[in-house]
Design a binder for this molecule. Structure first.
Ligand SMILES: Nc1nc2c(c(=O)[nH]1)N[C@H]1C(S)=C(S)[C@@H](COP(=O)(O)OP(=O)(O)OC[C@H]3O[C@@H](n4cnc5c(N)ncnc54)[C@H](O)[C@@H]3O)O[C@H]1N2
Ligand code: MOO
Ligand SMILES: [Mg+2]
Length: 433
């Protein structure tokens, strides 16, 4: 359908429809986030092998079944002895102790140490009872006499040296990892250490992604006048993956209410979360805006006092959330980072659901004034110990190319004055690969 062959019945009610489109009540970004959070349902859980758990979110709290280390551990290759045996040692007075055992890693000592004795011991091996210090091999010399081995030491050593006590890192019963922790290399090391070889994690939220726009070509199609390739769907899929969700690319539909309705309803029925791009503003073919207002879904908001993405729309149907993001790539990107990413992470109980907020100095003047909060894409650098955030030179909602150069969103509060370089600003750090 083109603007020129619009049916008459539609034209007749255009004025009424327009009123519904225009009179949107903006809510703050924080209020939009709060409303969404009220509808987040936790994802189901599943068991995965530890080697496949990277990037997943723990659905169990893990406590330590034993202390770590669980035996007194030597930190050096050397001799386990009693520190008091060296009280008389000095550079001109070598103390000789009899070597009564040799303890490699993985073995238990065969004897306890008595005064006058030493056990040769390796790094990581179990320190024998009685010994309270391990003297490094380099500080010793040995001699063998009548098949008995002696170790000589010329220095005093303080008790406890080179012995890691039981439970130094972790006491039995300590909380190791909280539910909702994202499993990275450090977490895997902890879980492996304590024998957790299968982990209960949240299922990745299954997120449907589709775009609306008669102008959209798929990525493999040649360009045509008036048409563009559908970059938002793939961009969103990557953002969703990075947030911990599993994207499902459903393609694009033309700006047709029925096609969009079918796509949206099918997506809502099949997936945990639905994210669309395009068609949420006030244009004649902005079908997602119309759909959400139609009452078929419960609208949570259709205007947020932010730029880009002021027309970002949120809705819920049968307990499932729908995000109708703006078609403009910049607004689509920001809407996903501010609203979709936290939702995915909240579904997996993440304590780090929202983008981390830092304080920085504005790196160059920012002259656009607005009554809405702006989330300006930018990049951070540290200069003379100060975090500086440089706004992208092209940051309009419809600009695509500078998204890739950004590692933060600079928060410019509503203002009537241009903001000079050096002004303290909040920035939201983007998780850059
Ligand atoms: N009269 C008004 N016009 C507009 C307003 C307004 O308040 N009054 N708001 C503007 C703002 S702000 C934004 S943001 C956009 C929102 O547009 P829509 O969400 O309705 O998106 P579309 O109209 O479908 O497309 C906008 C733009 O984005 C391109 N696009 C769409 N989908 C994709 C995609 N999948 N990949 C790449 N690019 C895409 C599309 O071709 C358009 O250029 O409305 C303003 N207008
Ligand atoms: O949604 Mo538009 O991006 O407010 O600029
Ligand atoms: Mg539009």
């Amino acid at each position: 359908m083109t603007a020129h062959n619009q049916p008459e019945s539609q034209a007749a009610s255009a004025a009424e429809q327009d009123r519904g489109k225009f009179h949107r009540r903006p809510i703050t970004p924080a209020e939009a986030q709060r409303r969404i959070a009220g509808y987040v349902r936790p994802a189901e859980t599943e068991q995965v092998r530890l080697e496949e758990a990277g990037g997943r979110f723990l659905a169990q709290t893990v406590t330590a079944p034993h202390p770590y280390p669980h035996f007194r551990r030597s930190g050096m290759d050397g001799y386990a002895i009693i520190a008091d045996d060296l009280l008389e040692a000095s550079s001109d007075h070598m103390i000789w102790l009899e070597v009564v055992d040799n303890i490699p890693c993985g073995y238990t000592p065969s004897v306890s140490i008595q005064s006058g004795q030493a056990s040769r011991i390796m790094t990581g091996a179990m320190v024998p009872d009685g010994a309270d210090v391990v003297v490094m091999l380099e500080m010793t010399e040995t001699r063998v006499e009548q098949e008995r081995t002696w170790v000589g030491i010329k220095r005093q050593v303080e008790a406890g040296r080179n012995i890691t006590p039981i439970g130094l890192e972790v006491k039995e019963g300590d909380t190791l990892l909280e539910q909702g922790a994202c499993i990275g290399a450090g977490e895997i090391s902890v879980l492996a250490t304590f024998g957790v070889h299968t982990v209960t994690v949240y299922r990745r939220p299954q997120v449907a992604v589709f775009s609306t726009g008669t102008e959209l070509l798929s990525v493999d199609e040649p360009i045509e006048p008036g048409k563009i390739r559908n970059s938002n769907s793939l961009m969103l899929a990557e953002q969703i993956r990075a947030a911990g969700g599993e994207p499902h690319l459903l393609g694009a539909v033309e700006d047709d209410l029925e096609l969009a309705r079918t796509m949206m309803m099918n997506a809502l029925a099949k997936y945990d979360l639905v994210v669309s791009s395009g068609g949420v503003s006030v244009g004649d073919y902005d079908v997602m805006g119309d759909l959400v207002r139609s009452g078929e879904v419960e609208m949570l908001f259709n205007k947020i006092s932010m730029r880009p993405g002021s027309v970002t729309t949120g809705a819920v149907k049968d307990g499932k959330l729908l995000f109708a993001l703006s078609g403009n790539p910049g607004a689509c990107f920001v809407g996903c980072e501010l609203l979709v990413r936290p939702t995915i992470r909240q579904m997996m109980n993440s304590t780090h659901d929202y983008l981390p907020e830092w304080t920085a100095q504005l790196g160059r003047d920012y002259s656009k004034i607005n009554s809405f909060t702006r989330y300006v894409r930018g990049h951070v650098s540290v200069e003379n110990g100060q975090v500086i955030a440089y706004p992208a030179l092209l940051d309009e909602s419809n600009v695509m190319v500078t998204i890739k150069d950004s590692d933060c969103l600079i928060v410019i509060p509503p203002t009537t004055e241009p903001m000079p370089a050096g002004t303290p600003v909040s920035i939201l750090k983007l998780a850059v690969q």
